[in-house]
Design a protein around this ligand. Structure first.
Ligand SMILES: Cc1cc2nc3c(=O)[nH]c(=O)nc-3n(C[C@H](O)[C@H](O)[C@H](O)COP(=O)(O)OP(=O)(O)OC[C@H]3O[C@@H](n4cnc5c(N)ncnc54)[C@H](O)[C@@H]3O)c2cc1C
Length: 416
């Protein structure tokens, strides 16, 4: 392909939640933009649905659509993979051997599930009672294990931050317990939540309502327990444990069922690029989402080095900020749109009820709905209906189409 044909106004790396939403938000502002999305996969996933697959509420197929069907009209799909960034030459290099040139770049390739960081995990995932809702092929196995479980030891793990959807590791536990409770076998289930972190949830306001369900299910909480090895055949999980005095040890726990949230990190090609922050994720201004290294580069979604909850809900807001600020940068104007760290975790504490946690940077509560419609600190049926019926529809028909209801950005105040 000649150089002219491979040049675009905007190249977007990644056709996931953030990449597609950003393309759509750019096009509703300037429909004539020449945009290319680089995305190697044939399928696009609604990952928030995978918790529901593991809970037997959705089937996998409901969470998958073809990539072709979600790429906005008029956008060029480069079915390829970015291998390296060359921001000094406004270009990305592709696995096929070619490159794509841009005036502006949006980086949105998500993050890496780092299964190999836990000895033996990759080998035993999806068998021997070891599962994860974070992997589409394994999420139905979670539900299979839950149904076959007639008592015994069930362990649910949470790795150190960062990982996507801060609530998903414990959502898996609650939905499993809810099923065992409804079958009347909960008393025979020894349930343990082993988290590398120091508390049940990162935003303290949500801990008391969550604890009601931890107590209801009689689940044991083990903090500062970081999963480091799994022996699937022996059904033994090994944790690196730090006690209150800072003493470190290794503890082995036998299990009948093990649900793992795998450790997560930046993708290698982002971490090894000139665009990376010290932790390997994309270095951006936390409010404007502009690269701190190259002004014509922006980032959205799980790939950015910001301290929000990495969620599709966050990407929905970030897409709008990136679209507005990228176009302002092209026009030589000040970047006026600000992302305030919004993320959302619908915590499925029991089948039919959800605590809808919505918060921004520093744990600031950012509820979409007034408290008379939905009390954010209480498990409600309304929030369940939102998660199970409304949000998937909003995702496919609004977020990926540039319809930005409830997603408007905060505007920087003009200085006089
Ligand atoms: C079990 C689970 C439960 C969740 N629950 C919720 C929830 O309840 N609510 C919520 O809001 N969010 C939830 N999330 C999180 C949410 O799904 C993610 O935060 C969101 O998908 C991030 O979007 P993204 O575009 O950054 O990444 P992704 O959607 O993962 O997309 C990244 C895309 O980039 C592509 N890519 C990767 N490498 C390259 C490359 N080299 N070149 C080109 N393309 C590349 C990938 O193929 C992929 O299509 C959940 C996630 C999981 C796994």
């Amino acid at each position: 392909m000649n150089d002219q044909a491979n040049s675009y106004d905007i190249v977007i790396v990644g056709g996931g939640s953030a990449g597609i939403a950003t393309a759509a938000s750019l096009l509703i502002r300037r429909h004539w933009l020449n945009i290319a999305i680089v995305e190697p996969k044939e399928d696009h996933y609604y990952q928030p649905g995978w918790t529901m697959v593991g809970g037997g509420i959705f089937v996998s197929a409901e969470t998958i659509r073809s990539e072709e069907s979600v790429i906005p009209d008029g956008v060029t799909w480069l079915k390829d993979e970015v291998t390296t960034f060359d921001p000094d030459n406004n270009s990305v290099n592709l696995k096929s051997g070619g490159s794509a040139r841009y005036k502006s770049l949006v980086v949105a390739p998500g993050l890496k599930l780092n299964l190999t960081a836990v000895d033996g995990l990759a080998e035993t995932m999806g068998k021997n009672g070891v599962t994860s809702n974070y992997i589409l092929d394994s999420a139905p196995y979670t539900w299979e294990l839950v149904q076959k479980f007639h008592g015994g030891k069930a362990i649910f793990t949470q790795p150190p931050l960062p990982f996507k959807c801060a609530g998903a590791p414990q959502k898996a536990m609650y939905l499993s317990c809810s099923e065992w409770e409804s079958k009347g076998i909960l008393d025979d289930c020894d349930v343990e939540f082993c988290s590398a972190g120091p508390s049940l949830f990162g935003v303290a306001d949500y801990i008391p309502p969550l604890m009601e369900y931890v107590e209801r299910y009689n689940a044991n909480l083990s903090f500062s327990h970081n999963l480091v090895a799994v022996d699937g055949e022996r059904k033994v999980a090994t944790f690196a444990v730090t006690d209150a005095d800072g003493n470190k040890s290794r503890v082995e726990k036998e299990f009948d069922m093990l649900h793992v949230c795998p450790p997560q990190c930046a993708l290698d090609f982002v971490a090894n690029s000139p665009l990376a922050a010290d932790n390997g994720f994309l270095a951006v201004d936390i409010n404007t989402l502009q690269s701190t290294k190259y002004p014509n580069v922006f980032g959205a979604g799980d790939t950015i080095a910001t301290l929000n909850a990495k969620t599709a809900a966050a990407a929905r807001k970030q897409a709008v900020v990136v679209a507005e600020n990228l176009l302002a940068e092209v026009d030589g104007n000040e970047l006026m749109s600000l992302y305030e760290g919004y993320g959302s975790c619908p915590l499925t504490v029991t089948k039919g009820k959800i605590i809808l946690a919505e918060f921004g940077y520093g744990g600031k509560i950012m509820s979409t709905f007034p408290s008379w419609m939905n009390n954010t600190f209480k498990a409600t049926r309304r929030a369940w209906v939102l998660k199970a019926d409304i949000l998937p529809w909003v995702y496919w028909n609004y977020m990926l189409k540039g319809k930005e209801y409830f997603a408007g950005s905060t505007k920087k105040k003009e200085e006089h």
